[in-house]
Design a protein around this ligand. Structure first.
Ligand code: NDP
Length: 246
């Protein structure tokens, strides 16, 4: 039997980049997957198509995680379609590379709304609607542990997610639910490649002990492990998945 047979997972931001790969890896391990997207329906439909072509089950659902009601909708659709929710992956996120001085009120508010409020709404719903023995996996960033100029506002959101995740681990532990963080290093997605110049990308590549950028498929097996029973004694932890980036 596959590790996630009969489980249902919600992946926020599942249409592209790391989230798309997580959806496919969770489905390959047997989970039914709710593939969330904000605006890119075609990309989400393609993820669903790839999962179904491989024999899995998935549904694409539009929701802006910055809206509490939209996050509730993800749980509603998951339950209506697959009967229950066992796994929540808080992956949706936006990036922002500006100094604290140059960051506007509007930019900071939007960053917090998507990255922090989104994860918070998901964790709050998971607290009441996840099955016993369930899993919450939230995506932070290795940058949250580094002293990088222009990363302050973005890393503030990741620090908040990490602290929410630790408290959630204590709050839900009595039901066998775990809450962990995966912290990728620089990874080959639109978010990273589309917002940085070649010089910076090369510098980041060289910072990794393994001498390359991460790929979305580097994260999938770790998230499947954290979603499975194999990881049942791990909770409240941050797992860096970054090729030794420091
Ligand atoms: P991408 O930009 O490639 O993909 C972002 C995904 O999030 C898309 O599916 C997008 O949907 C979705 N999304 C964005 N805003 C919202 C929203 N308001 N509501 C719902 N979904 C939304 O990003 P990555 O795959 O690179 O990043 C995924 C996560 O990994 C993020 O949390 C990021 O901070 C983190 N991370 C990434 C690193 C990297 O180097 N790439 C490094 C460390 C952490 P749509 O397709 O509809 O736009």
């Amino acid at each position: 039997m596959r590790k996630l047979e009969n489980k249902t997972a919600i992946v926020t931001g599942g249409s592209r980049g790391i989230g798309a790969n997580l959806c496919e890896c969770l489905a390959a391990a047997g989970a039914n997957v709710v593939v969330n997207y904000a605006s890119n329906k075609n990309a989400a439909d393609e993820v669903v198509f790839r999962i179904e072509s491989a024999g899995g089950k998935a549904v694409a659902v539009q929701a802006d995680v910055a809206q509490s009601a939209d996050v509730t909708k993800l749980f509603d659709v998951a339950e209506e379609t697959f009967g229950k929710v066992d796994i929540l992956v808080n992956n949706a996120g936006v990036v922002h590379y500006k100094t604290i001085q140059d960051t506007t009120d509007e930019e900071f508010a939007r960053l917090m709304q998507v990255n922090v409020n989104g994860a918070f709404y998901g964790m709050r719903k998971a607290s009441v609607r996840l099955t016993d023995g369930g899993r919450v996996i939230s995506i932070s960033s290795s940058a949250a542990r580094m002293f990088l100029p222009t990363y302050g506002p973005y890393c503030a959101t990741k620090g908040a997610i990490e602290q929410l995740s630790r408290s959630l681990a204590k709050e839900l532990g009595h039901r066998g639910i775990t809450s962990n963080i995966v912290a990728p290093g620089p990874t080959e997605t639109e978010l990273f490649l589309g917002n940085n110049d070649e010089e910076k990308i090369d510098r980041m590549r060289k910072m990794a002990a393994l001498g390359r950028l991460g790929k979305p498929e580097d994260m999938g097996p770790v998230v499947v492990f954290l979603a499975s029973e194999d990881s049942g004694w791990i909770t409240g932890q941050v797992i860096p998945v970054n090729g030794g980036t420091a």
